[in-house]
Design a protein around this ligand. Structure first.
Ligand SMILES: NC(=O)c1ccc[n+]([C@@H]2O[C@H](COP(=O)([O-])OP(=O)(O)OC[C@H]3O[C@@H](n4cnc5c(N)ncnc54)[C@H](O)[C@@H]3O)[C@@H](O)[C@H]2O)c1
Ligand SMILES: [Zn+2]
Length: 372
């Protein structure tokens, strides 16, 4: 088995004020010239980071992220790094800018510090990036020899982020235990090239249990911009536990179904974790999980507004040609060679996957009718 994790993971309210101290302690250099890259809103939300760098006379340049982790953006930022020979790369924001900067840092053999400003995915801790086309269609996973050197999550920044992004992170984290368990059962190879470790399964389970126990309260606390125990526990679940859990545990159907949905343009305005949540439901159906488990997941999703039907991820099954051609495209993409759906302990044909997607939608619609 192979188990991996970030060099150091730091989480708490206002931890960004100690950024120089952490750099010194964990990156091991006193004077560094950094490139900071993030989206406009994430750069604004990290004012404390910039102030602290200035106070400590640490040089940095800021660059705005273009919005997609695609070859064009990777090349643009990579040439900026090689032209200026920065000592350190700081990727801030959501999953896309973080993935881009992990990739850029690895291409240029520079240390990378990740500062998530939203707890929307488990991208911060992993040693891989997900690359898309310029129009947002999933292309490939890029794997690196090392995990990020440092991940710093300031929960006072996350508490002020849009609650929908925290919820999306819960959707991404919801899949982790079920996917890792499938990999352990099938003996699949995890994202690091080894077998799933029991430790990663235990962390994935803690991730799932944290969501069930604290998810709804964390959602309320984020709406009130309050750093609370529930928020801390969910940020840890979304970022650290899910990150280590999926990477050392392995991915399976939930993420493959998500990648399948990337072929449907109407789903692209929905966040990664929102589609992964629906993919989790599909995997539970493929896994023939008992009704109680499926109901627990449906109940959790609806308590935090995670999608449980196709229409909640933008697909109108009665109006467009989803049933006649879209559904087949989703199933085909999710079954492409190398896709993580093949990590399930049994083999499926395309029809079974199409049926499972429709069954998940049916259960979700019934749940909404009976509980709203
Ligand atoms: N590498 C991995 O291990 C891994 C794991 C999971 C997901 N991912 C990838 O992550 C990506 C999805 O990430 P995402 O859901 O975070 O989307 P995203 O990166 O597009 O971010 C969502 C939105 O939040 C905004 N945002 C960021 N910080 C903000 C703040 N403080 N306040 C307000 N808005 C803010 C961003 O500008 C963006 O518009 C996908 O490409 C997915 O494949 C990668
Ligand atoms: Zn994910």
């Amino acid at each position: 088995m192979i188990f991996g994790g970030p060099g150091r993971y730091i989480q708490g309210a206002n931890v960004l004020s100690k950024f120089p101290e952490y750099l010194n302690k964990f990156i091991g250099k006193k004077s560094l010239r950094s490139l900071i890259v993030g989206g406009k809103r994430s750069l604004v939300s990290c004012g404390l980071l910039m102030e602290t760098l200035k106070e400590n006379r640490l040089e940095y340049d800021e660059e705005c992220f273009g919005g997609e982790c695609c070859n064009k953006e990777i090349d643009r930022l990579s040439s900026l790094v090689s032209r200026n020979d920065y000592d350190l790369i700081i990727g801030i924001g959501g999953g896309k800018s973080i993935d881009t900067m992990k990739l850029v840092a690895n291409l240029n053999k520079k240390p990378v510090v990740v500062v998530p400003t939203i707890a929307s995915t488990d991208a911060p801790c992993s040693a891989l990036s997900v690359v898309y086309s310029e129009t947002g269609v999933f292309e490939r996973y890029e794997f690196f020899p090392r995990s990020p050197d440092l991940v710093i999550v300031d929960t006072s920044v996350v508490a002020k982020s849009p609650p929908r992004t925290l919820v999306s992170g819960m959707g991404d984290a919801l899949a982790t235990y079920w996917e890792a368990r499938a990999c352990l059962r099938s003996g699949a190879i995890n994202c690091l090239g080894g077998r799933t470790s029991p430790s990663s399964l235990a962390l994935s389970r803690l991730c799932y249990d944290s969501l069930i126990e604290f998810g709804k309260q964390a959602f309320i606390d984020c709406q009130n911009q309050t750093v609370s125990t529930a928020l801390e526990r969910v940020v840890e679940a979304n970022t650290l536990l899910s990150g280590v859990g999926f990477e050392s545990g392995g991915l399976a159907a939930a993420h493959a179904i998500h990648n399948g949905f990337s072929t449907i343009p109407a789903t692209q305005k929905f966040l990664h974790g929102e589609k992964v949540a629906f993919g989790t439901l599909v995997q539970l159906i493929l896994d023939q999980e008992p009704k109680e488990t499926i109901n627990q997941v449906l109940n959790f999703c609806s308590s935090v507004n995670l999608p449980i039907t196709l229409s909640q991820i933008g697909i109108n099954t009665s109006k467009n040609n989803f049933i006649t051609s879209g559904l087949r495209k989703v199933a085909e993409k999710s079954m492409a060679e190398g896709e993580t759906i093949h990590n399930l302990p049994y083999k499926f044909d395309r029809q079974t996957i199409m049926d499972a997607i429709l069954e998940a939608d049916k259960l979700g619609r019934m749940w909404n009718v009976n509980h709203n």
